[in-house]
Design a protein around this ligand. Structure first.
Ligand code: ADP
Ligand code: TYD
Length: 210
């Protein structure tokens, strides 16, 4: 059984995913593991198009946006240079800042969740996270953090949307509880405390795999 894990970090905007992805990457590297940190949307052209939509430079219909994320994800998984499949084969522990649960939670505010799950089926078949860690922070706190950090807000960054997205995450977790391994972490705490808890969850999983 493989020992290098695929860890997906999830949460609403401003929940501290990027911070925790960086800390987890450092903590696992310090333990001597070979790691690979990546995020979605990617830096590929498809990811750039998505960011242009979010920054209001261009617009697109919600099904099209969800489909663009599937294309971006397939690029993330399959590209021969630094795709997830290649990286896991090389023995890396993968840490991914957002994966398909982001699609289930964000797009189902506008389109049917089962359609989004169906669209992503190929991704789940190609590579499924060994664990999805959801960093749970109240939408109000996330909005405060986002406002403190930036002058302009992206398309999905309104309080009501964050409330909807958080609710959808939990709906998706329930829907897929029999096939996905999900852990919810209280993210309304200091960064280092959260990082320690995530590290301990991952260490437990690693020791079960040995
Ligand atoms: P995300 O990637 O989920 O959008 P970030 O990691 O970029 O979140 O964090 C959003 C903001 O919140 C940043 O300014 C970051 O410094 C701050 N932040 C992250 N984690 C915490 C925490 N546990 N407590 C308080 N502020 C935090
Ligand atoms: P990200 O850069 O991670 O934003 P943040 O750091 O603020 O959390 O992601 C940008 C946006 O993309 C974010 O609002 C969530 C959205 N998103 C989707 O709508 N669907 C997806 O499949 C993914 C991966 C992200």
């Amino acid at each position: 059984m493989k020992e290098n894990l695929f860890i997906a970090l999830e949460g609403i905007d401003g929940s501290g995913k990027s911070t925790q992805a960086r800390l987890l990457n450092k903590n696992l590297s310090d333990k001597g593991l070979k790691t690979y940190l990546s995020s979605e949307p990617t830096d590929h052209e498809i990811g750039k198009l998505i960011r242009d939509i979010f920054n209001h430079k261009t617009d697109a219909e919600q099904h099209s946006i969800a489909a663009l994320f599937v294309a971006d994800r397939l690029q993330h998984i399959l590209n021969h240079k630094n795709g997830l499949l290649q990286k896991i084969k090389e023995g890396n522990t993968l840490i991914c800042d957002r994966y398909y649960f982001s699609s289930y939670a964000y797009h189902s505010v506008f389109v049917d969740m089962d359609w989004v799950i169906g669209m992503n089926k190929i991704c789940a078949e190609l590579i499924k996270p060994d664990i999805t860690v959801f960093i749970d922070v109240t939408p109000e706190i996330c909005m405060e953090r986002i406002r403190a950090k930036r002058e302009s807000l992206e398309m999905y960054e309104t309080l009501q949307n964050l409330i909807n997205v958080r609710r959808n995450y939990f709906t998706a977790f329930e829907k897929l509880s029999s096939t996905e391994h999900i852990t919810v972490i209280d993210g309304n705490r200091p960064e280092t405390v959260i990082a320690e808890e995530i590290l301990s969850v991952i260490s437990n999983l690693q020791s079960k795999r040995k």
